[in-house]
Design a protein around this ligand. Structure first.
Ligand code: ZN
Ligand code: ZN
Ligand code: ZN
Length: 371
């Protein structure tokens, strides 16, 4: 059964956020359009130059500043279930001033992590005594710990992107360009139930050695491995992200040896997931396998990133992150081996930490898919 928006954006969340705001010693959160606002209210507001801002005071009623012409959209959004006041402002009003006057004196405010500088600087003007910190310092604690509804949404996203990977052999043909293949994949991402295509990486031959290669006009050739890393966002806000490896015909000499190392590394990192272990120990589990096989210098990025209503969010699976895994953490495990000038490979699954270990939310074939 598909998850509903009340599962994903429960009305109770606003009170939890308010409590966390108070606990963190902040006077208010100021949430402009973006993932923080959506997480707290369910409202997927458009980022515009006109201010939309959910103000969550630590100790007073929350309210949402809304441009008058956006009011119908705000009222039609899940935010209308929260029972908060929409403060509609007119074209000649100063919404920052109105928001500040209602809030009163504030010593510390949390700004949405993705607030535009034009808004953060205006808030500095109207709240000159308020120290500005990231709302993420409060919200990360909530956003990292996915509810069962959120896990279900990520599972739905995982199944949708798996279905796209299963179709990649239809699109990937010798003689076509990366761009042509990517266009078909993008269409398949939408057809699979995603609302938006976030990225389509089709990296053939030497392009596969660049982890964030996008696409190019390079032509797919027989015997040249292709890294395909794709993701999108479901209508409900939750994201997918999965990488698989393909080759038209047999891969070149030497490829199988390091691909096997990569497969073992990814497996080791997934097996290392359980409550209580540090995020960096999961990175280390993958890195050790790759380093021991002599490919340490060719694994040039962290092992993974958290995922939810953003493709990249906390927790990051990286050396230096001692944060302990908890049930509900959702993140990618995506080690890669990149041989500059030749080719590369990456295997990426989304996992969720359960009470006892890690559950993969992707299950399309992880071995090299030979077409
Ligand atoms: Zn990435
Ligand atoms: Zn990723
Ligand atoms: Zn990816």
């Amino acid at each position: 059964m598909p998850v509903t928006s009340s599962d994903l954006y429960p009305v109770s969340r606003l009170a939890a956020v308010q409590e966390a705001t108070a606990k963190a010693g902040l006077d208010a959160l100021l949430l402009t359009p973006g993932p923080d606002l959506r997480y707290v209210s369910g409202y997927d507001a458009k980022p515009l130059e006109r201010l939309t801002c959910l103000v969550v005071p630590a100790a007073a009623e929350p309210y949402m500043m809304v441009p008058r012409l956006e009011l119908p959209a705000a009222e039609a959004s899940p935010a209308s279930r929260l029972g908060l006041e929409f403060v509609a402002w007119d074209e000649t009003d100063d919404p920052y001033r109105i928001a500040a006057d209602r809030l009163g004196p504030a010593g510390r405010v949390g700004l949405a992590d993705r607030m535009w500088a034009m808004s953060s600087l205006r808030f500095r003007e109207v709240l000159p005594d308020a120290e500005q910190v990231l709302a993420g310092t409060v919200l990360r604690e909530l956003r990292m710990r996915k509810s069962p509804g959120e896990v279900a949404a990520l599972r739905e996203a995982g199944a949708a992107i798996d279905a796209v990977h299963r179709r990649v052999p239809e699109f990937l043909r010798a003689g076509r360009t990366e761009r042509e293949v990517a266009r078909d994949i993008a269409e398949a991402i939408l057809a699979s139930g995603h609302e938006t295509v976030d990225f389509v990486i089709v990296a053939s031959g030497p392009n596969g050695a660049s982890p964030h290669h996008d696409v190019s006009d390079r032509v797919i050739r027989e015997g040249k491995p292709v890294v395909v890393d794709i993701g999108g966002q479901l209508h409900n806000g939750y994201c997918s992200d999965s990488t698989r490896n393909y080759c038209v015909g047999e891969p070149p000499a030497g490829y199988a040896a390091y691909f096997e190392v990569l497969r073992r590394a990814q497996e080791a990192a997934c097996a290392a997931v359980r409550p209580g272990v540090s995020c960096e120990s999961i990175d280390a589990a993958a890195r050790e396998v790759i380093a021991e096989a002599g490919y340490g210098d060719y694994f040039v990025h962290r092992t993974g990133h958290g995922i939810g209503i953003e493709t990249h969010e906390e927790p990051y699976i990286v050396a230096g992150n001692g944060e302990a895994m908890e049930p509900g953490f959702a993140f990618s495990v995506e080690p890669g081996i990149y041989l500059p000038g030749s080719h590369g490979a990456r295997i990426e699954d989304i996992l969720v930490c359960t009470g006892t270990g890690g559950e993969r939310l992707n299950d399309s074939p992880r071995d090299l898919v030979i077409i």
